[in-house]
Design a protein around this ligand. Structure first.
Ligand SMILES: [Zn+2]
Ligand SMILES: [Zn+2]
Length: 144
């Protein structure tokens, strides 16, 4: 029996995937994510390459958004779906809104708080890291 019990899909349904309970959920306020996700990017993060299984990639397209990362989206409906690191196959950040996540989950952290527009604030007392603070923690994880 698979424990991939959380369903995900794009708006039109031409990209479908299954996953597990997320490792954690974070919100990225960086300007690139704002452009990509419409505003804040709330990502369900995973740490194993097989945590996310894409079951229908009919319309899945990858965009190389930087030298180190790529972003997956549906070419038919335009839904933003996946953020992945090019050299780290076990890292996934999946757009939370594409997943049928259970109720009761809370944000683990906010990142790139220094790029957040004044337009909104997220509720909760989760840690808020600047871009450089966040990148420092990522380097530690990559090295370990
Ligand atoms: Zn679609
Ligand atoms: Zn971002």
């Amino acid at each position: 029996m698979s424990d991939h019990n959380i369903q995900g899909q794009c708006l039109c349904g031409e990209v479908k995937f299954v996953t597990r309970d997320p490792h954690h959920i974070d919100a990225c306020h960086c300007k690139m994510c704002q452009r990509w996700a419409g505003a804040v990017f709330i990502g369900a993060d995973y740490r194993k390459s097989d945590d996310v299984k894409i079951t229908d990639d009919t319309s899945l397209v990858w965009y190389a958004s930087s030298d180190w990362a790529k972003r997956g989206f549906c070419r038919t409906c335009g839904s933003s779906l996946f953020y992945r690191l090019k050299d780290k196959d076990d890292f996934w950040a999946v757009c939370a809104g594409s997943l049928d996540l259970p109720d009761g989950l809370k944000l683990g952290q906010e990142i790139f708080i220094d790029e957040k527009p004044d337009l909104y604030d997220l509720a909760g007392d989760q840690p808020k890291l600047t871009g450089s603070e966040f990148l420092a923690t990522l380097n530690l994880e990559v090295d370990s």
